[in-house]
Design a protein around this ligand. Structure first.
Ligand code: SF4
Length: 403
């Protein structure tokens, strides 16, 4: 967006890219827009992202907003050329359900960031009952493997050591492509055709969509980092069914066991929703137990909040205090699991990708505060350092550059 805006000569403008995943995210977006208007009274305020795509009028009727542009429109140069024109329409939002092309991800503009994110997939054809995302992102669509490989090659040539593949429903990669390539095949192709890529990560995976190619990549190539974030959501079969997820708790456990047998040091993260409608104490306890049974470490816990227009919003809701208490219980378990994992790392030597001059992440995505680095040397950011882990504290590691 920044590249399109610059090339079109759009200046004195602020683009707000909104999120719609929770009601709270939308509330915060509106708050941010008001703040920007107060701070920059003369700037044009342009709102885009999922919340704008789903409900453009909610934003266009705010006095602070000049234009609302859709999720597909924001990737098109023509939208920005139109915006330069002072008589541009206040709302430029294409029906996302009709969009079947994925704009090739833009790889310029990563600045000094240490790892590159490459969006290989967008949209989702599933309809989990709690989720509003498909209405913001549209149908599942993928970037052809050749384009992805070319982009990653360029990023590696530009100095990036680690690439993260991202997507809304990443493991459905390829369903729309001729030949129906899979995420596992794409992963193998990247590792094969970009031999100088040091570290590859997958942002989030849905275990039922993993295939033999992915398992083989996990087993055979340790450039695929031993850290997987799973879209798990719950550990009770009835709740999973009411969520319209496509896996059972036994599938989640089997997946983690299988991956662990291929890469014994693997670390899992997972998204979990606390207090989904109709969740009883017993159902919640099944989710709690799943953390141990799968051996999860990093938990992203979401207290359930109903999204207008989704089936779950029409189901019998739990009291807020119950939802909050359950979320707290899951978070406390998550913190204990992280603490235990960090303790297990003390004494190890790790390859750490530096995000700041004194902070980076290990192969397992553990945050390490690193001593012994020349803090004035900008080149540290983005480098990989061998770090000896000396201690663990408050959910992170402390280490020093190995001699
Ligand atoms: S698979 Fe993910 S993005 Fe798609 S509907 Fe379900 S939760 Fe939402």
């Amino acid at each position: 967006m920044r590249a399109h805006a610059d090339a079109s000569g759009l200046d004195d403008a602020v683009i707000v890219n909104t999120c719609a995943v929770t009601g709270e995210a939308v509330r915060q977006a509106k708050q941010t827009i008001r703040k920007i208007r107060r701070e920059k009274p003369s700037a044009r305020v342009i709102v885009t992202g999922c919340a704008a795509q789903i409900d453009p009028h909610r934003f266009s009727k705010m006095d602070e907003v000049d234009h609302v542009i859709g999720n597909d429109d924001k990737m098109q140069r023509t939208t920005f050329l139109n915006l330069v024109n002072t008589s541009a329409e206040p709302i430029m939002v294409t029906d996302i359900m009709t969009v079947h092309e994925t704009a090739a991800p833009l790889i310029d503009g990563f600045g000094a960031r240490s790892r590159a994110f490459v969006q290989v997939q967008n949209g989702c054809d599933h309809r989990c009952t709690f989720c509003i995302i498909p209405y913001g992102r549209g149908p599942a669509r993928s970037v052809p493997a050749g384009v992805v490989v070319d982009q990653i090659t360029r990023l590696v040539e530009a100095g990036y050591r680690e690439v993260v593949l991202t997507g809304v429903d990443l493991t459905s990669y390829g369903v729309d492509l001729p030949g129906k390539a899979t995420l596992g095949q794409l992963t193998q192709q990247i590792l094969r055709h970009v031999p100088n890529l040091e570290r590859l990560r997958l942002s989030s995976i849905d275990q039922v969509e993993a295939d033999q190619y992915l398992y083989d990549a996990i087993a055979d190539d340790d450039r695929l980092m031993p850290h997987f974030h799973l879209s798990m959501q719950a550990g009770d079969d009835m709740i999973l069914k009411r969520m319209k997820r496509r896996h059972l708790r036994s599938d989640a456990i089997a997946f983690c066991d299988r991956v662990r047998s291929l890469r014994p040091d693997v670390v899992f993260g997972a998204d979990l929703i606390a207090g989904f409608p109709t969740e009883t104490d017993e159902m919640f306890e099944n989710t709690e137990r799943l953390i141990e049974e799968c051996g999860l470490t990093y938990l992203h816990v979401f207290p359930f909040s109903p999204r207008e227009g989704t089936p779950a919003a029409r189901m019998p809701q739990l009291e807020r205090r119950v939802i909050k208490a359950r979320a707290e219980r899951l978070r406390a378990r998550g913190e204990a699991r992280v603490g235990k994992f960090m303790e297990s790392q003390v004494g190890a030597d790790r390859q750490v990708l530096m995000e700041r001059q004194d902070l980076g992440r290990t192969e397992h995505f553990a945050e390490v505060h690193v001593a012994g680095i020349d803090k004035l040397d900008e080149r540290t950011i983005g480098s990989v350092q061998q770090v000896h882990v000396t201690a663990s504290r408050d959910g992170h590691l402390i280490g020093e550059v190995a001699a």
